[in-house]
Structure formats: C-alpha cells, structure tokens
Ligand binder design. Structure first.
Ligand code: CA
Ligand code: CA
Ligand code: ZN
Length: 309
C-alpha cells in the first residue's frame, strides 16, 4: 500500500447502515518495530517518492486558494484585533485517541504506542529534537481518553463525516486523533473551519504511523505532529510554492515543491534560504524532521488565540 496525504474533507453520500460501535479493547499482536537508520536521512530521493508517500498533487487538508489564504489572514487579524490578544500562548491540549478498528480487531495499536505518540507530540512541540534551534511552542499534550470502535466502514475512513461527528470528544481546544487504515498518512482540519464544522474537527492518522508501527520511513509518530501542525493553523512549508507569501511564515524559506526523503542542501526556490527539509510541515521522512520555527510557533499562538482559546 502506498501512503500519502490528500484532502478528502468533502462529505460523500452517507448510508447509515453502521455496525454497532463498541468501546472494548482487544489483545493485539506486537507491532513490528522498524527503527529508521540514519542512512535514510542523507539519501536524496526523487519527487515521485514524495508524491507516493505524502500526497502528491493533492493535500492532506482541504485546498486553500491564494485568495482564500488572503481572506483567512485578514479574518484572523480582525479577530485578534477585536480580542486584543497578542500574547504568547501556552496551553495544555487534551488528546482523544479513537481507534477505528475492523470488526476483526485489525488496525489496533498498543497503549505503549499511544503513550509514545503523546510523548512524541510533547517532544516535538517543545522543540526538544533540536534544542536551541527548534521552537518551544509552549503547547503540551495530555492523553484525555482512548476508545475503540469496531466498524469496517469507519476503519477504512469511509463515512468519515459521520464517524467523526458521532465519536468526537471535547471542545475546540481538544485534539481528536482518529486512527484509521487508509491510503494516506494523515488528514487534518484547520482551526478557522472549527466554527462552521465542529463535528469533524481533528486529525485522521494512519494507525501504522504511530511509533513502532509498520509504515516504513513514517513510523516515528511524526505524521501526527505534522497533522497537528495543520490543526494549529500551519500550512505546508511549500504552500504557495516559490513565492514571497508562501506559508505566511517569514522564517521558513520558500520551496517550490514538497520534499521527499531527506535531501541535504535541497534548494528548489531561488528565494533566500535552503528548503526547510527538517521542518515538520514539509513532507520529508520522519527521521528527517526535527523542528518547528519561531515564526510557526508565533502563528500557532495567534491561531490558538483566534480560534481555539
Ligand atoms: Ca515561509
Ligand atoms: Ca532558496
Ligand atoms: Zn500536511
């Protein structure tokens, strides 16, 4: 199976022939542990692999045109001005993990994997992978609950609007993570869409991308970090391509396209700076990721104050 990220937010026709949801746990075989080698991080690879791995021409969030991007910035600025908020945000984010399993229990993860995923989020958002360079965003994560549903349709991420609406927990500050088995690594919603569609707010993540999962090159739990970045309001570092506006963040050099693997020195855009291949919001391998920037941290603060506080 190829894994990638792509937008599939649009609701499809929904048939309510759903199996009974349950919240029991089942024993699972130990997940194969496939640690990444450092060698993987210095091997430049072609764009095709990135396309296959992380979404290609599609995205893992709904499409945002340049015009809409501009409107979102203006709306956010207006909300912040009205709130009088420009303070740095620090918040503890409750995380609800929803295991969307097959009726045979397939797609399960262990509690140890879930704990490792939460630890990964805390490490990454605290800037601990590259202390001194990576931003400490001030956001921390605490596991608020784990549930499991046995439904082959939901397990495959079909009828996602229905299953998310039925199972989502917490308020606008709660990060809901639905673990599914689909052809993407992850899909996220943006904070500015919460008010109009609160039931689907959160991120859908390929279950095998959790730490210790079987998604080769993408099994350090950084898919959840990347998708959470969108949930906090970050774009890809290649949003808008090789343009000054780019991802609305000044300290992430613009790049013309997404990165695959971990090609040191990649410079796809003539604007200043090498491509931010180590940024969690590029499409690099998990082993290549090590940072959010201060500019991204500031953007997350603003988005939190505007839409999730
Ligand atoms: Ca930028
Ligand atoms: Ca450049
Ligand atoms: Zn993404």
């Amino acid at each position: 199976m190829t894994l990638n990220r792509s937008a599939r937010i649009a609701a499809t026709a929904i048939s309510l022939a759903l199996g009974a949801a349950s919240v029991a746990m089942t024993a699972v075989p130990a997940a194969a542990w496939a640690p990444e080698s450092k060698a993987a991080c210095i091997e430049p690879t072609g764009q095709d692999e990135a396309d296959a791995a992380r979404g290609g021409s599609g995205g893992d969030h709904r499409d945002i045109s340049a015009a809409e991007q501009k409107r979102i910035e203006a709306r956010t600025a207006a909300i912040l001005a009205k709130k009088g908020s420009n303070a740095r945000t620090a918040a503890t984010v409750p995380v609800y993990i929803h295991k969307m399993l097959g009726t045979d229990g397939s797609g399960d993860v262990t509690q140890a994997q879930i704990d490792a995923q939460i630890a990964e989020l805390n490490q990454d958002f605290a800037g601990q992978e590259l202390a001194g360079t990576a931003a400490d965003t001030g956001f921390t994560f605490t596991l608020a609950g784990v549930d499991a549903y046995y439904n082959n349709t939901w397990h495959k991420d079909r009828q996602s609007t229905t299953y998310r609406t039925k199972t989502r927990l917490g308020g606008k500050n709660a990060l809901n993570i639905w673990l599914v088995d689909f052809s993407y690594l992850g899909i996220a919603t943006f904070p500015w869409d919460y008010a109009s569609n609160p039931g689907i707010d959160g991120i859908r993540v390929q279950y095998s991308s959790l730490p210790g999962g079987s998604a080769t090159n993408y099994n350090d739990g950084k898919t959840a970090t990347h998708e959470a970045g969108h949930w906090f309001g970050l774009y890809h570092t290649f949003q808008g391509g090789c343009t000054e506006t780019n991802d609305e963040v000044a300290d992430t050099p613009a790049q013309a396209s997404s990165t695959s693997g971990c090609p040191a020195g990649r410079d796809s855009c003539s604007l200043p700076g090498l491509d931010p291949i180590h940024n969690y919001m590029d499409y690099s391998y998990d082993s290549c990721y090590n940072q959010f920037t201060l500019g991204q941290s500031t953007r997350m603060d603003q988005m939190w104050a505007a839409y999730r506080a």
